[in-house]
Design a protein around this ligand. Structure first.
Ligand SMILES: Nc1ncnc2c1ncn2[C@@H]1O[C@H](COP(=O)(O)OP(=O)(O)OP(=O)(O)O)[C@@H](O)[C@H]1O
Length: 232
């Protein structure tokens, strides 16, 4: 296996009801440095695909990270390496700052985060996205959709040990200008020496975001890799 192959999906199939798979026969290779845009109609299975990759949905076939199954890493360790970021932090208790402390205390995260100031890194990244620093001390439930989305993403982007970031419409609550700033940062992460992130799979309904990717897959009754549009 080439050392550039980060993730491999082999013969993947997922069905919530027995006879009607959301997708089947999915084979895909994700290389180091890839930024995938995942597009397709609503209800086509995009989120389900990311949930299979993060081992949050039941599937048949293989998901291999560096050639090894999630169970070989142990699921908490695997999910530390392959991080699914939902659109919004729904129903989180407490504040963004308390949330950082809580996830960095998990056994699977502890080793990667040692000696690194996560709170400071996330707050500084948030500032570069025009996120007011007082937001970190407020309950999640009091934040606007865009504030919560930026705080959540800033945390996800600055965690150490993540190798693949799975983003579910990460900028859906942001205005166009802020979305552009955030998306430019996200797309550059796999090439950044400051980040452990080596590839991103990114669900989007936006043509603008698709232009920031180097590969494109369409999920609609199946999963198909397509050519990026010419001007991308
Ligand atoms: N836990 C579940 N149990 C049963 N059906 C489910 C479950 N989760 C998703 N589905 C169904 O599977 C299909 C694919 O859902 P999924 O969320 O993956 O689509 P999507 O492409 O991400 O849609 P959207 O663009 O609207 O977010 C939908 O018909 C959805 O209703």
């Amino acid at each position: 296996m080439s050392s550039d192959i980060l993730l491999k999906l082999e013969n993947l199939r997922c069905a919530y009801s027995k006879d009607r798979p959301i997708f089947s026969d999915v084979d895909l290779i994700v290389n180091k440095g890839d930024v995938f845009a995942i597009v397709g109609r609503s209800g086509g299975g995009k989120t389900t695909l990311l949930k299979c990759v993060s081992h949050m949905a039941v599937y048949e076939g293989n998901v291999l990270l560096w050639g090894r199954k999630p169970t070989e890493y142990g699921i908490p360790n695997y999910r530390t390496k392959v991080l699914y970021v939902p659109q919004r932090p729904s129903l989180l208790p407490s504040t963004p700052r308390a949330f950082i402390r809580q996830i960095c205390a998990y056994g699977s995260r502890k080793r990667s985060e040692e000696g690194f100031d996560n709170e400071r890194a996330a707050i500084e990244l948030g500032e570069s996205w025009s996120l007011n620093s007082e937001v970190w001390e407020r309950p999640w439930t009091s934040l606007s959709g865009g504030e919560a989305q930026r705080a959540f993403l800033a945390i996800a982007c600055t965690l150490k040990g993540t190798e693949i970031l799975l983003l579910d419409e990460p900028t859906s609550a942001l205005d166009a200008s802020t979305a552009h700033t955030v998306e430019t940062h996200l797309a550059a992460l796999p090439e950044s020496s400051d980040s452990s992130i080596k590839a991103i799979l990114w669900i989007t309904h936006s043509e603008e975001q698709t232009k920031k990717a180097n590969r494109l897959i369409k999920v609609a009754g199946g999963v198909e890799e397509q050519q990026l549009p010419q001007d991308a």
